[in-house]
Write a protein that binds this ligand. Structure first.
Ligand code: ACO
Length: 444
């Protein structure tokens, strides 16, 4: 028996099996040989919410949640945040290696020259109600891009994929900024190709009557670092949505719209908004101990704390905390910061949080920075979606080129009714249809 294998005995039949272990995993399909009879479908693994199922093999992002490590293509997030730019990091995430100078120049040129959107998209945006949520507008308009670029359906054509990548990464900030200006009833500000990726984004958001907008270099850099931190995070809810929808061979605009829709939910891209609400509710440093007491008594959660994967300090939170100081030098300190620091100090010394390995996550400080930079809370998930677009496309492309991947189609454990006959409406009894679950059955 190989050492890299799992010995399994089915107590229903007394039969034994040997399942190979590769890269720390068994193949779920290998379980199918475990049967009680010839016509049995075979054993499945039941894993709601993918708690312990690897849905793909990936070479993009590495996370060690116990050690607090995050790396894109092998490069530690700390080094990228310090030395790289968002566009360079996006290239790395997408293509696997840092670009040469010539590659970076070409890449930057191609993204910059795809920032303008078709005038009809603008008309489309005008149709939204004045108080439309910018994330709803972003999700809808990125899906609508699919109708403008019919060449995007050639998903196995490498040149077409490159073109759609330029368009998506180039146009997301434009769509996001136009959504923001629409909500204020302000005229749209067109892209300025002389500016950096984040400088141009700030221009499209905040330009008023000046002929040329000059972004504050510290805020421009801070936003760029925040974009680096949000570029990818392996198989989270939105990356999974991107892969699942993309696996049906939908075009990348529709797949990105699906991923952005997944990000919209408060359990994924909306937690930093909840942090701000919580800090406002606490109101002052003096009230922090009382709030922590309530959390420990089970009355609510400490938002921005805890993570499914990180059981140590989220490395992104550490970097964000540093950026906060630089941003507040320009904007003035967000008064919520003192409450946040006190909350972190008390929580990190408290047995309840230590025992459960609850540390600040990426959302604990990001909302405070975004607020200080004058972003309304509705823009927070949008600010997440823009940089995550590179990660989504990288995950999508990896899935498309992986010969082991097929259309995503999970199994289920059927617990519904067994076969029964149709009953005419006048013969049905009240309360029918409320029968409890029947014996588990597997779908073919
Ligand atoms: N405050 C207080 N207690 C908490 C918190 C928290 N933020 N998070 C977890 N716990 C407690 C749970 O009540 C549980 O306690 P118990 O063992 O006494 O029952 C224990 O810690 C384990 O928690 P789980 O819910 O099992 O942890 P899980 O990994 O499923 O949840 C999650 C992770 C959803 C992030 C959770 O920590 C949470 O809700 N945090 C607050 C919301 C938040 O900040 N989300 C952003 C995540 S980062 C991102 O998505 C970009």
């Amino acid at each position: 028996m190989s050492k890299d294998s799992l010995a399994l005995t089915d107590n229903r039949t007394g039969r034994s099996y040997e399942l190979p272990i590769q890269n720390g995993a068994i193949r779920a399909a290998d379980l199918r040989q475990v049967k009680v009879s010839e016509d049995d479908f075979g054993l499945m693994s039941y894993d709601p919410a993918f708690m312990n199922t690897a849905s793909c093999a990936s070479r993009i992002t590495f996370i060690d949640g116990d050690k607090g490590i995050l790396r894109y293509r092998g490069y530690p997030i700390e080094e990228l945040a310090e030395k790289s730019t968002y566009l360079e990091t996006a290239y790395l995430v997408l293509y696997g290696d840092l670009p040469t100078k010539a590659e970076l120049d070409e890449w930057t040129h191609n993204i910059t020259f795809h920032t303008i959107i078709h005038e009809n998209i603008k008309k489309f945006m005008d149709g939204f109600h004045y108080d439309a949520h910018p994330m709803g507008m972003l999700v809808s308009t990125v899906a609508a891009l699919s109708t403008f670029y019919s060449d995007a359906k050639h998903i196995f054509d490498v040149e077409s994929r490159k073109k759609q990548t330029y368009r998506l990464i180039g146009k997301m900030p434009t769509l996001a900024a136009f959504a923001y200006r629409h909500s204020l009833g302000m005229p749209y500000a067109y892209p300025d190709n002389d500016l950096s990726y984040t400088g141009n984004f700030l221009n499209m958001l905040f330009k008023m009557t000046e002929v040329k907008y000059k972004p504050n270099p510290i805020l421009e850099k801070a936003l760029d670092v925040l974009f680096i931190l949000h570029a990818d995070h392996e198989q989270n809810c939105s990356a999974n949505a991107m892969r699942a929808v993309g696996s049906s061979q939908a075009d990348p605009y529709c797949s990105v719209a699906a991923a952005a829709a997944a990000l919209y939910g408060p359990l994924h891209g909306g937690a930093n908004e909840a942090v701000l609400r919580m800090l406002k509710e606490i109101g002052s440093k003096a009230k922090v101990p009382e709030f922590v007491k309530k959390v420990k008594a089970g009355e609510g959660k400490l938002m921005g704390f805890g993570h499914r994967v990180y059981k140590n300090y989220d490395p992104r939170a550490k970097i964000i905390k540093r950026i906060a100081d630089e941003v507040f030098e320009v904007t003035g300190k967000n008064p919520l910061l003192d409450i946040a620091i006190e909350l972190e100090r008390i929580a990190l010394e408290d047995e309840y949080f230590i025992k459960r390995k609850l540390y600040p996550n990426v959302d604990f400080y990001s909302g405070i920075i975004y607020q200080a930079m004058a972003f309304p809370v509705e823009m927070f998930p949008v600010l997440f979606a823009i940089p995550r677009t590179s990660g989504w496309i990288a995950q999508w492309e990896e899935m498309l080129l992986d010969t082991e991947q097929k259309i995503a189609r999970p199994r289920q454990v059927y617990l519904g009714q067994d076969k029964r006959s149709y009953v005419a409406v006048e013969q049905r009894e009240a309360g029918a249809g409320k029968a409890g679950p029947t014996k588990p059955k597997k779908a073919a």
